[in-house]
Design a protein around this ligand. Structure first.
Ligand code: SF4
Length: 357
């Protein structure tokens, strides 16, 4: 019998599995506690379970889907891992330490079908969706690491490899499992899902009745430029994306973050700032500017600091709430997909290191 990843199950599915084997309902709660709260990776250590059940679980399930292929960290404590899955696929996850925050950035797909022109993952193409357990396990990986240091994960951002709303069910199941108070218990408002604007996904997300944060990557104020930078997004014109964002705001009363990567000479002019402002004026919205950091093989440059500040001020002057994502300047390539590209190319050189989150 092929073993299954236990993290793929919801609490209800786990209870059903155990009930089908004649186990009392509290066994599911005990196992959930071991896996999601105590972060246990070994069935034999679950000492409040009967030995026979522990053995049966270990024959039917596994708890850790990853082998660590590569790991990098910097002096600020940011850590990036490349994690191999049992079928040989691999994904990246990142831990960002900032003051009292411990944020884990996770992937939802192996590769990505969106093909953003400025993203290393986008250049790889799409391999497969991750399962709910494979998504959540990235958070648990860093949770174990932090636990050993007396710390814990405070935030999760779904901004790694892949488009979460093109793997909707698995992503939501993973987040709901992480949010479940009986186990990991990470507050919904500490979880952010970032989409390139998959309209059906945004509309569905609005109806979930959850308090997760939504970020939408716009990256351009008009459909033509957006289509060049974010090819798959051309399927959903900006007008539809904004209408879906309004529906999300109406359903949740929550602010939406619009992400905008700043590319020198491409989308960083004042005319772009004014056009962006006119799209968002009056909405419960916030703009997060992300100055691009150059990476090997990507034909873009970062605007200089003066231009970034001009862009920011223009948005502010137009009444738009705006922040600039801090450049951490760490000496690892933590931009999405870059570690994986480098390792798979077999050249882990230290001289191409720069990154921004
Ligand atoms: S930026 Fe995100 S959506 Fe775009 S290609 Fe990279 S992983 Fe996919």
């Amino acid at each position: 019998m092929e073993k299954r990843l236990l993290l793929d199950l919801s609490p209800e599915e786990l209870a059903k599995e155990l009930a089908a084997r004649g186990q009392p309902s509290y066994r599911a709660e005990q196992i959930w506690d071991w896996v999601w709260r105590k972060l246990c990776l070994d069935f034999s250590a679950m000492t409040n379970l009967p030995l026979a059940l522990r053995e049966e679980l270990s024959q039917r399930f596994f708890l850790d889907p990853f082998e660590v292929l590569a790991r990098e960290s910097d002096e600020e404590g940011t850590e990036k891992v490349l994690l191999a899955l049992p079928d040989g696929a691999s994904v990246e996850a990142v831990l960002i330490r900032e003051e009292d925050r411990r944020t884990v950035c996770i992937s939802t797909q192996v590769g990505c079908p969106v093909g953003c022109a400025f993203c290393a993952t986008g250049q790889m193409g799409f391999v497969r969706n991750l399962s709910a357990g494979e998504i959540a396990a990235q958070v648990l990986y860093f949770a174990r690491l932090l636990k050993a240091q007396g710390e814990h994960v405070t935030h999760v951002v779904v901004m790694g490899m892949g488009e979460p709303f093109l793997n909707y069910e698995a992503t939501l199941k993973a987040l709901n499992n992480l949010n479940d108070a009986r186990g990991f218990g990470l507050g919904a408002r500490r979880i952010t899902v970032s989409t390139i604007g998959v309209v059906p996904g945004i509309l569905r997300f609005a109806q979930e009745g959850r308090q997760y944060n939504l970020a939408i990557s716009l990256h351009a104020p008009d459909d033509q430029l957006r289509g060049e930078l974010v090819p798959l997004a051309a399927r959903w014109p900006i007008s539809q994306v904004l209408a879906a964002a309004e529906a999300y705001i109406a359903a949740t009363a929550r602010r939406v973050t619009f992400e905008y990567v700043l590319l020198r000479g491409v989308n960083d002019g004042l005319k772009h700032a004014r056009a962006l402002a006119s799209l968002l004026r009056g909405k419960l919205a916030h703009v997060n500017l992300i100055p691009f950091n150059p990476a090997p093989g990507l034909p873009f440059e970062r605007p200089d600091d003066g231009q970034i500040e001009l862009f920011r001020r223009e948005l502010l002057a137009q009444g738009i709430d705006v922040t600039v994502r801090r450049s951490k300047g760490v000496k690892i390539q933590a931009g999405c997909g870059q570690l994986r590209s480098r390792v798979l190319r077999g050249r882990c050189s230290s001289d191409e290191k720069s990154f921004e989150l």
